[in-house]
Design a protein around this ligand. Sequence first.
Ligand SMILES: O[C@H]1[C@H](O)[C@@H](O)[C@H](O)[C@@H](O)[C@H]1O
Length: 609
Amino acid sequence: MACKNQESVDDGGRSLIRSPSGACDGDLVDQATSSTPVFVYVLAFFSALGGFLFGYDTGVVSGAMLLIKKEMNLNALWQELLVSSTVAAAALSALTGGFLNGWLGRRICILVASAIFTAGGLLLSFAPDKGVLLVGRIIVGLGIGIASMTVPVYIAEVSPTHLRGQLVTINSLFITGGQFIASVVDGAFSYLSHDGWRYMMGLSVVPAVLQFFGFLFLPESPRWLLQKGFSQEASRVLSRIRGRSDVDEEFETIKASIDEEKDSGGDGPVILRILNHGPTRRALIVGCGLQMFQQLSGINTVMYYSATILQMAGVRDDKQAIWLAAATSATNFVFTFVGVWLVERVGRRKLTLGSLLGTGLSLSLLAVGFLLSAQHSPSITLHPVDLYNSSCSHYGSCESCMLDPSCGFCYRENTTEVYDSSCVPVDEASSDHAAWGRCSNQTDLSPFWAYNYCPTSYSWIILMGLILYLAFFAPGMGTMPWTVNSEIYPLWARSTGNACSAGVNWIFNVLVSLTFLHVAQFLTYYGAFFLYTALVVLGMFFIWACLPETKGLQLEDIEQLFNGPTCFCGDMSPNDDRHVQYAPRGPPLSAAQYGAVGSERGIAYITLK
Ligand SMILES: O[C@H]1[C@H](O)[C@@H](O)[C@H](O)[C@@H](O)[C@H]1O
């Protein structure tokens, strides 16, 4: 099919054709590829099981914890340890994963990750005590870290250019899918108060084993093979995943980029070479910035504390809260589909910016909801004698009582108001009841016990904010940091670049989720959500100024987007509204057919008359 207004670029023997969008929208193709073989989808599916396990293992713990803490009598410190040890281990292993990836290859790393997931899952489900549980959670974290950085790289490297964004984004779909299934499994097994958590944790072994056996039969990334000098094998794999024998052009492009890097005398630790080389240093800043802002937008406070938010909305029953938390992660999952659908249509840049805008607006809605609840917080009407003279007896309203982690709010309510309310210390062993008094022994007739939240009639605003937040976050900010990072580094820097940015993601994940309650204590809940809104605004500036569009470019060409300054303040995106196509070599054009010659961000172009 002919495109109007095409521009043709001769790039070292390959001819690129750029076309303003609209002229050929939707038919952006690696022209030599007429159809994509099913095999690429099989590869993407088995790799994305790593994303599923990432989501499942980070998601399952909240529901499992409700049962474990009762059965093993865990205090707050142990609960925090079991949750955050996984994330901290993921940060460490993501950082070392770069080295493993370059050394052993993507396929072996995925096999190692699935073996680790299997071992961790088995250990968790048979754990006799909390010490073994902790070891199991750390092991699982090691698997998550490796999978989180390897899977997007592998999928990006085997995908054809025109489908790359979509296929890598499928990994994010599997992450949120894993979190959703985990919350459903949590709901289903929450009825099994004895040992239910063993099934919750143990079920992760099924996808892990499936991925392990699948990958025994799946090939290594052709780009890694070529980098390591296995040319024949690389060419064979490339033909297999492209479904045709004529893959010389892509093969040569990959080879040329490897030779170029060898010629430039690459030596020394990769991270130093990345930092010393302008384009890769700039790509790393953009990649790490994206991952940092993903976490600073507060996604995991929303995911981990959705149950608290739901309790504020009046959901008091544990089981009901678990099921509604499943509805929350379902929202995250369903809207990730929107991202998969949009990524190759609107591109990475617009998708991320639009998503951040909506995320910021929903965060301010959440903040306003919390502000109104705080302003209309029920006052404390009963002041029981506190023999220990704890701080709790000094508070005058539920808001200040709830923000003190050592206190909880004990109250009764009728259809219109809260009454008989007091602020009393929480039991150190379990936040489910008070240390003494009316709320220390929960029966059907005892008053309500609210820890970490206050009853409010503005909960609908908070609920709406929560749903809108996930609906906007999931398609762009939830997915693009992973997708873009898999594309922006040249082959020699890809594993290390992804390892660093995934490490940044996990480090900020720990920071934000561990500090949330403290931040809320200092700034109040609405203060915390206004803070996340401000961070999202900063993130928008960063992305508007620094994130180039990578849609439609072959991996080997993306490095050139970083030839200019790190941030171009929005006035560039060489292919912002254009697509790049690889045209089969045809007869050379005559001089009369050329129009203007120019260059944008290091990519030369020639317009056709
Ligand atoms: O992209 C994912 C996804 O959005 C998850 O829901 C979130 O828990 C992760 O931290 C994030 O990296």
